[in-house]
Design a protein around this ligand. Structure first.
Ligand SMILES: Cc1ncc(CO)c(N)n1
Length: 223
């Protein structure tokens, strides 16, 4: 294991292999200029506007994907876990987006696909395909990237703390005990349903790496 994370990763499990396979893009995303400027409180307003506008379109796909997990998770307690997270997202995260869009003079682009940047389109497709697949391991693979990667930058303690709520609240949504427990749940869940079939393992590993590359590109696209 040659990476840092605040999650508990089984040394020879699927999560460890996935993370290792994606490490170059993962590390670049976690140390992206956007992340460093977010902690410094210095993200240019136009950059933050683009980021929040694009991310809000992604948010709806994300909610739909969690709905797919409610439908397909094998264990009843897992379905409830997703439902709890959906409630949190509908409250705290949607509120952040509403306030942030207003503060930066951003637009709700959810119905304006023409304004979506390429990584936004790519994410939309990845999430939509996963939700349509009815394949729980595929949904988890996409979700795990989104949450684990965000946790890894959110939990950075070496970059200071911003004063502005616009910066700080976005960080706070992606760190701390609750968000860490959520990402840990996704990782543990994927370990449990990880397929035995090598071809299927390879397919999910490629999907994981593709999602990580899109995460990195998503940050790039804000500039
Ligand atoms: C692009 C992107 N990836 C991950 C997250 C975390 O859910 C987010 N809000 N946006």
């Amino acid at each position: 294991m040659s990476y840092t994370t605040t999650l508990t990763v089984s040394p020879h499990g699927a999560g460890d292999a996935l993370r290792t396979a994606a490490e170059t893009d993962w590390a670049a995303a976690v140390d992206h200029r956007f992340v460093r400027e977010l902690f410094a409180g210095t993200v240019d307003e136009a950059v933050l506007r683009t980021y929040v506008e694009q991310d809000y379109t992604f948010f709806t796909d994300f909610v739909a994907l969690l709905g797919g997990c409610v439908a397909t998770a094998p264990k009843p307690e897992s379905k409830i876990r997703y439902a709890t997270q959906l409630g949190m997202l509908a409250a705290d995260e949607d509120t952040y987006f509403t306030r942030a869009l207003e503060a930066v003079g951003g637009e709700n682009l959810q119905r304006r696909q023409d304004a979506w940047k390429q990584p936004t389109r790519d994410f939309n497709r990845l999430m939509h395909d996963a939700a349509q697949s009815q394949n729980y391991a595929q949904m988890l693979t996409v979700l795990l990237v989104a949450e684990w990667l965000y946790l890894d930058w959110g939990e950075r303690t070496d970059l200071g703390e911003p004063d502005s709520w616009l910066h700080l609240d976005w960080i706070d949504l992606h760190r701390g005990e609750d968000f860490r427990a959520w990402a840990q749940f996704l990782l543990d869940e994927l370990e449990e349903v990880w397929p035995a079939d090598k071809t299927e393992q390879d397919r999910l590993t490629n999907l994981f790496c593709e999602c990580v590359a899109v995460e990195r590109a998503f940050f790039d696209a804000a500039y």
